[in-house]
Design a protein around this ligand. Structure first.
Ligand code: SF4
Length: 422
């Protein structure tokens, strides 16, 4: 079915009321993923610096969680103190990691410090020692290792994300099937579509109209001949292998009315047997309800073992009613499944920035992964433009054509806001 924004809930997130605060503690990493937006320029931040950023987010972002990112946060020397500090602020600390440095003893210490969960990035373009040249399906063994380790610790949630390249697009069903088999211990999957700027056919200038050397950016390539994968294509691929999956919410583009920058769905099922997905009404109830009772919107549920409670949403939600019907039918045909727990699992798709034909860049509307940079909030995927050139660059020529659009207002540097009060 073609995606239609009228059938989806537009997430109510905004710049100042957003469930996610993206905190970068370091730009040092122990892997070199092909799709990474960050390069090593400055090293670890001090604990005082990152605490200051947490307080900035608390004041200006109203987050439900702080996503501790990098670089690689598990090699940040003050990670335990930082997790503890965030938890003391009444915000959920979540670590975004490649998990190379994750060991059971560190995992336990992080949980004691107050960690809520992990987002673990595993894909086949990371050059991961010992896992070179593996397919996404073969990497499920590694995903399983970390999912089991975290489940054994109990009380932490885990989401697995991966970058989707044109070459790995067809392997999406292998990861989706693995996720369904592990719905009792994996709370979500995220598919991020790969994007790069190509040096051979793009010219860009900085805020002083000086041409910039695009090859300095970690997300530039000399050339890229393949067609980028889009969110709707990933959505269709997911539906091909799991017809019960359906997106229920979205974030559009900052420029293009037709782009689906974030697509968010939630499947309901037992291990290995999806029954259906939440519809847009349930998503609206969840977001509004969480804001009403907790004062913040919600990005990640802290548990997937909602059990039959999810079916309480049936009066509002067509998707829940369908899933409940499938659950009842399934229990009659497979009585043993009556004793199997019901879980929910979020399945999200992110379509990273696109350079449009006229040279402008279509970003995610209400960017959830905006981060702190020198007193400003900056889209984390493009922060290196600030670090290298003092602000977003402007494309003046793309694919051999002059960009018709001069500088766009959203890409002018902002003034720093006042300092955080303690
Ligand atoms: S615009 Fe924001 S949410 Fe979208 S890819 Fe960039 S940082 Fe992530």
């Amino acid at each position: 079915m073609t995606l239609d924004k009228r059938n989806l809930y537009r997430m109510p997130w905004s710049m100042n009321d957003n469930p996610i605060a993206w905190l970068e503690v370091s730009d040092i990493c122990n892997l070199h993923c092909e799709g990474c937006y960050r390069q090593h320029m400055t090293g670890h931040k001090t604990l005082e610096e990152v605490k200051e950023e947490v307080l900035f987010f608390k004041r200006w972002r109203n987050p439900d969680n702080v996503s501790i990112a990098g670089g690689e946060p598990l090699i940040y020397p003050h990670i335990l103190e930082l997790v503890s500090f965030i938890a003391q602020q009444g915000i959920k600390p979540v670590i975004l990691t490649n998990a190379c440095a994750l060991k059971p003893d560190l995992l336990h210490q992080l949980k004691v410090a107050g960690l809520a969960g992990f987002t673990i990035h595993i894909d086949s373009h990371q050059g991961r020692p010992g896992w070179e040249n593996k397919t996404e399906g073969q990497l499920n063994e590694l995903r399983q290792y970390y999912a089991d380790m975290i489940a054994a610790e109990k009380g932490l949630y885990v989401i697995f994300n991966q970058t989707v390249y044109p070459s790995t697009f067809q392997q999406i069903p292998d990861v989706m099937a693995w996720g369904s088999q592990n719905i009792d211990r994996v709370q979500g999957l995220v598919f991020i579509t790969y994007r790069t700027a190509t040096v051979d056919d793009t010219t860009a200038v900085d805020q002083n109209s000086q041409q910039v050397d695009l090859s300095k950016l970690s997300y530039s390539r000399d050339s890229f001949d393949e067609k980028f994968v889009t969110s709707p294509e990933v959505h269709d691929k997911l539906k091909e292998c799991c017809p019960e999956y359906e997106a229920s919410a979205y974030l559009g583009g900052s420029i293009s009315h037709s782009s689906f920058k974030w697509l968010i769905g939630t499947t309901i099922g037992v291990k290995g047997k999806p029954y259906g997905s939440l519809d847009k009404r349930a998503m609206e109830v969840v977001q509004a309800g969480h804001h009403w009772f907790n004062g913040t919107y919600l990005a990640y549920t802290s548990t997937s073992k909602i059990g039959g409670l999810v079916f309480l949403l049936w009066p509002w939600d067509k998707g829940v009613r369908q899933a409940l019907g499938h659950r009842i039918t399934d229990m009659f045909s497979h009585p043993k499944r009556f004793f199997k727990g019901v879980y929910v699992q979020s399945i999200s798709i992110i379509q990273a920035p696109d350079i449009l034909e006229d040279g402008r860049t279509d970003m995610c509307d209400s960017c959830p992964d905006i981060t702190y940079y020198q007193g400003k909030l900056v889209n984390s995927c493009r922060m290196d433009e600030y670090r290298l050139y003092g602000g977003f660059i402007n494309i003046v020529e793309h694919q051999g054509k002059s960009a018709v659009q001069p500088k766009q207002p959203a890409e002018q540097p902002e003034q720093p806001v006042e300092q955080v009060e303690h």
